[in-house]
Design a protein around this ligand. Structure first.
Ligand code: ACO
Length: 372
């Protein structure tokens, strides 16, 4: 029997110049730049430009890029109408998947993917999510402002008020940290679809579906649920032991690639300290300490550490986002990476089509339906 790489762990299916998660050393680079440097010094738009174009923009290039992004932020009327027809209790990720699909059809995102397609899709995600969130709160949508950054526009379109510098910077940092991450499940989904020469919007709609699962982008709201259930630092040990006794996975821990601390968790921890309420941060720190100790004791050969989702929940909560917008906000960021990967796939495309080992029955005799 051929060797099976279940979950494709360790299988190298392509080359990429976009991002390099180094699981052994706990490092992450985007096109050669250390993630902490980008998170501390760049804005999201610069990072998006880097992923799509291959170098950091000059001031002139960034100004032109910002103006183009601004023109794509406005929601087409037909997409606004699709959002309006959706019930208010629709899951936000289902809403995003539906609206993104409608957007691709209305904007005629067809044929070979281009940077313009990438820009249109990336620019409109915050507008979609903000319009939906306001609608379910009984509020009219707020149009984007061309003088605000991507992160500031998202917060502005959600609340109707220009956000503080601190909230904008916190969201901007989160968006930078989560924009790309090698061949994760949703990115790989996007590349598989691109490899059939389907359109870029189909890649992105498929990727949204992959991101939604709790083993991928669906974890941060579950982290918050866990922290709320634990309630106080003193309850952490008993709660986490009981969860592990039941065989539950602790949300926000473990990673397919990182066998040490996720470098994004490091940046997010210090951001969470500045953005979340002090009692909440103390609780998160205690839960992390106890969880790491228990995972180490119970699964000593597994090398389980804090992943990006653990402190994302504290940061996004601190920024003021409702829990069910955490995963869509991950998509607001990751769509930049998905689209960059589609562009990269198309530069040197070959249909992605792996094989499976057949283990079903063989040589059965066909029995006519009336005799079964
Ligand atoms: N809590 C408890 N045990 C865990 C955890 C966890 N968070 N993560 C892995 N393990 C254990 C598994 O039970 C398994 O142990 P066993 O062999 O004794 O049964 C072992 O570690 C290996 O687990 P796998 O599922 O094979 O590891 P994989 O690399 O496939 O999983 C994953 C990675 C899905 C992230 C996993 O660690 C997990 O489920 N974490 C919790 C969910 C989470 O935080 N998701 C967000 C990930 S980050 C992102 O996608 C952006």
């Amino acid at each position: 029997m051929a060797q099976i790489a279940k979950g494709l762990e360790g299988v190298i299916v392509s080359e990429t110049s976009l991002s390099h998660p180094d699981g052994e050393n706990g490092r992450l680079m985007y096109s050669g730049y250390e993630i902490a440097d980008l998170a501390n010094h760049a804005i999201f738009e610069e990072v998006v430009y880097l992923l799509w174009v291959g170098h950091l923009p000059t001031r002139g290039e960034l100004t032109e890029f910002n103006a183009q992004m601004a023109s794509y932020r406005i929601l087409p009327k037909a997409v606004a109408a699709v959002i309006q027809t959706m019930p208010n209790d629709v899951e936000p990720m289902d809403m995003l998947r539906t609206a993104a699909s409608a957007f691709g059809a209305v904007q005629k995102i067809t044929g070979k993917g281009t940077v313009e397609h990438a820009m249109a899709l990336t620019a409109v995600f915050p507008t979609i999510m903000a319009a939906f969130d306001r609608q379910r709160r009984g509020l009219a949508p707020v149009a984007p402002r061309s003088d605000l950054s991507h992160a500031a526009n998202y917060l502005y379109m959600l609340s109707g008020e220009a956000p503080s510098e601190q909230r904008t910077r916190a969201l901007d940092t989160y968006l930078i940290l989560t924009a790309d991450h090698g061949f994760n499940a949703s990115t790989f989904t996007a590349r598989v679809i691109a490899s059939t020469l389907s359109d870029m919007c189909s890649s992105i709609v498929g990727a949204i579906g992959a991101l939604k699962g709790p083993l991928h982008g669906g974890a941060p709201a579950l982290v918050l649920d866990m922290l709320r259930e634990i309630g106080t630092p003193d309850n952490a040990e008993a709660w986490l032991n009981a969860a592990l006794d039941r065989g539950d996975r602790l949300m926000g821990f473990g990673h397919r690639v990182y066998k040490t601390e996720d470098p994004r968790a490091k940046v997010l921890r210090s951001l969470a300290e500045r953005t979340s309420e002090i009692d909440f941060f103390r609780l998160a720190i205690r839960v992390e300490d106890v969880a790491l100790r228990l995972l180490h004791e119970r699964k000593p050969d597994r090398r389980l550490y804090t992943n990006v989702e653990f402190y994302s929940s504290a940061v996004l909560h601190g920024v003021g986002l409702p829990d069910d917008l955490f995963t869509p906000t991950f998509a607001v960021s990751r769509v930049a990476g998905w689209t960059a990967h589609v562009l990269e796939q198309l530069k040197d495309n070959r249909l992605i089509r792996p094989a499976a080992e057949y283990v079903g029955p063989t040589n059965l005799t066909f029995v006519p339906i009336e005799k079964r």
